[in-house]
Design a protein around this ligand. Sequence first.
Ligand SMILES: Nc1ncnc2c1ncn2[C@@H]1O[C@H](COP(=O)(O)OP(=O)(O)OP(=O)(O)O)[C@@H](O)[C@H]1O
Ligand SMILES: O=C(O)c1ccc[n+]([C@@H]2O[C@H](COP(=O)([O-])O)[C@@H](O)[C@H]2O)c1
Length: 202
Amino acid sequence: MVDEPIRDLRAGMRVGLLGGSFDPVHAGHVHIAREALRRFGLDRVILLVSPGNPLKANPPAPLDVRIAQARAVALHPRVQVSGIEAELGTRMTADTLARLVERCPGVRFVWLMGADNLAQFDRWARWRRIVQMMPVGVLARPGHGLVAGRAPAARILRGARIPASASRLLPLQEPPAWCYVTVPLIGLSSSEIRAARRGATP
Ligand SMILES: Nc1ncnc2c1ncn2[C@@H]1O[C@H](COP(=O)(O)OP(=O)(O)OP(=O)(O)O)[C@@H](O)[C@H]1O
Ligand SMILES: O=C(O)c1ccc[n+]([C@@H]2O[C@H](COP(=O)([O-])O)[C@@H](O)[C@H]2O)c1
């Protein structure tokens, strides 16, 4: 059984995968998903709700709750929500993407992430394998403006960077290829929302 957003993919589609804990989902996620559609010329963006970020110690809220919340706010015909990682039993992004590439031949996937994740991308399991599997689209995030030039992964991959002016061609590039785009900034984060909620609890 493969969940619907993944089952519906067809060869030739340009599909952005935005992995995240989404604990909880917020307007910044919806915003970058929509910007990614436009800036990277994608047919759709799928929010991949992760069972749990391998680099984060605290367990997130239950997966079904996070998926339901994400579906409630996605509200765009070309932005979908998937819990495929839990179904596949994969935790590391490199493993998830390998399984998706194998399952969806001919689909032009792009891995999407906010600039904060580019800063620590070199700490992800087999991150070089990820960039060999599909192009990577990075979207600006408040407080992380310098990352495209300074992050270790960005430096290592500087020869594979394509300019923002060519961002719509990213899904058609042979990996390794990555592109950083500046977008209007939304200064929201899930950790701040969780902290505010804890503060509001009597
Ligand atoms: N406000 C934002 N602007 C740009 N990108 C964002 C923003 N919020 C989240 N992202 C990106 O969305 C993806 C999923 O983010 P995630 O679910 O971790 O939310 P978060 O707000 O970063 O959570 P936390 O504060 O707990 O780390 C990541 O690639 C992250 O970089
Ligand atoms: O595979 C890894 O080593 C890895 C390390 C850190 C983060 N990730 C993935 O990055 C995405 C964003 O995570 P998060 O918690 O910042 O929303 C999510 O899909 C995680 O599974 C993956």
